[in-house]
Design a protein around this ligand. Structure first.
Ligand SMILES: [Fe+2]
Ligand SMILES: [Fe+2]
Length: 173
């Protein structure tokens, strides 16, 4: 039996996805979805853009997949500080499981520029930084749409319930 060959993007990340710790990011909420799904989206976009621009797409795609790889939340009251500190957390955590190149380290540690003040060193790091922002905006809009539609459904349900109740009252009388 011939199975269809996985595409290059899937082959590039298949070993990385087997990491048990990385699999746990499926349990972490992130922009209304899971951190795993967000990382997969950023990796997929990075793969497309960096390959199109003939950059080091292999290293960039793998680093994009790890850019938010951490499981414990950043313990900071201040939201801005949480944003600033998580790239370092992701880098330290990723280095426990994978050997990173200088480009990959730069991608992870700089992905929140300009919130973190040092600009990216490589073109690939700039792309992951921009792609991550783009993915975050899409994910937040989708999340908002779901929230609004759920609220609307709840409102419709409440209205239907009130109508049924009123009809029952009218019938009783
Ligand atoms: Fe991040
Ligand atoms: Fe991210």
């Amino acid at each position: 039996m011939n199975y269809p060959k996985a595409n290059e993007f899937e082959k590039l990340i298949e070993d990385l996805l087997e990491n048990k710790e990385f699999q746990k990011t499926k349990l972490k909420k992130h922009h209304g979805l899971t951190r795993y799904d967000h990382s997969m989206r950023v990796a997929a976009y990075t793969y497309k853009v960096t390959k199109l621009l003939k950059l080091n797409y292999k290293e960039a795609t793998c680093a994009a997949l790890y850019h938010d790889f951490f499981l414990d939340e950043v313990e900071e009251e201040n939201g801005l500080n949480r944003l600033r500190k998580h790239p370092e957390k992701a880098l330290i955590n990723t280095k426990k499981y994978f050997k990173l190149t200088p480009l990959q380290e730069d991608v992870i540690i700089k992905h929140m520029f300009p919130v973190t003040l040092t600009p990216p060193k490589y073109k690939e790091s700039w792309i992951v930084d921009i792609v991550d922002d783009y993915a975050s905006v899409i994910e937040r809009i989708n999340w908002l749409k779901i929230l609004i539609s759920n609220k609307f459904k709840k409102m419709q349900l409440t209205q239907s319930y009130i109508i049924v109740l009123l009809l029952k009252i009218i019938n009783i009388k």
